[in-house]
Design a protein around this ligand. Structure first.
Ligand code: CA
Length: 229
């Protein structure tokens, strides 16, 4: 963890709030808690957290209202919405209300932490290009998609984009599996090295001309992977 960041959790279900608090503190964050929308808004005003995890179904205000209010008073704080709903319409409404990201319950803590870190990386590196080229493929980080020249864009999963983005950040250098696991999946998820290898196989199918003879995502034997143009 670079600096100790503060995350405000606005969640009325005590067991979820407690689970989030424990996990986020374990990951090195400082956690503030609120069980209602109004309490959350008050804490956000007063303590200026670095990010907000916001439940959609709260006893007083709903998450959309809280999100809009947060945006009125603090334009830039990253907001991740937590919800049991998985409908596309809810997701769009949440993003329209000003949320930066959206996680559907039940979610893994590892994925949530990875998303928080990804948002911090994005908000603290405004110069980072939103897209980059790999041979005949354009990787659009913000839209989580890739597009081969002359073809339709293809959606990538969160982890696929993060894996590509991290390798691209260190283009031409070997990046170890352990580091990739730690930075992308976090400590909680605890996947094996095989997880990364499986993701690389999937990504090669999407990016490489001949996935069996990759020219962009190269294996560094016994260590990890390297991205080249
Ligand atoms: Ca709730």
């Amino acid at each position: 963890m670079d600096t100790k960041r503060t995350i405000l959790v606005i969640e009325d279900e005590p067991h979820i709030a407690l689970g989030l608090k424990d996990a986020l503190e374990f990951e090195g964050f400082t956690v503030l808690e609120a069980a209602t929308g109004k309490a959350g808004l008050a804490i956000a005003q007063k303590d200026r957290p670095d990010a907000v995890l916001l439940d959609l179904m709260l006893p007083d205000l709903n998450g959309y209202q809280v999100c809009e209010d947060l945006r009125r008073t603090n334009q830039v704080v990253p907001i991740i919405m937590l919800t049991a709903k998985s409908q596309e319409a809810d997701k769009i409404r949440g993003l329209q209300a000003g949320a930066d990201d959206y996680v559907t319950k039940p979610f893994s803590i590892g994925e949530l932490v990875a998303r928080i870190r990804a948002i911090f990386r994005r908000t603290h590196r405004p110069s980072e290009p939103p897209s980059f080229r790999l041979g005949e493929v354009t990787v659009n980080v913000g839209a989580q998609s890739i597009q081969r020249d002359g073809k339709r864009a293809e959606q990538l999963s969160f982890y696929e984009v993060e894996l590509l983005r991290l390798l691209h950040e260190r283009k031409g250098q070997a990046v170890g599996r352990d580091e990739l696991l730690d930075k992308i999946w976090g400590l909680e998820a605890n996947p094996s090295n095989r997880t990364i290898d499986n993701f690389v196989v999937k990504l090669r199918k999407k990016i490489e001309k001949s996935p069996d003879k990759p020219t962009h995502i190269l294996t560094v034997y016994g260590f990890g992977y390297k991205l080249v143009d």
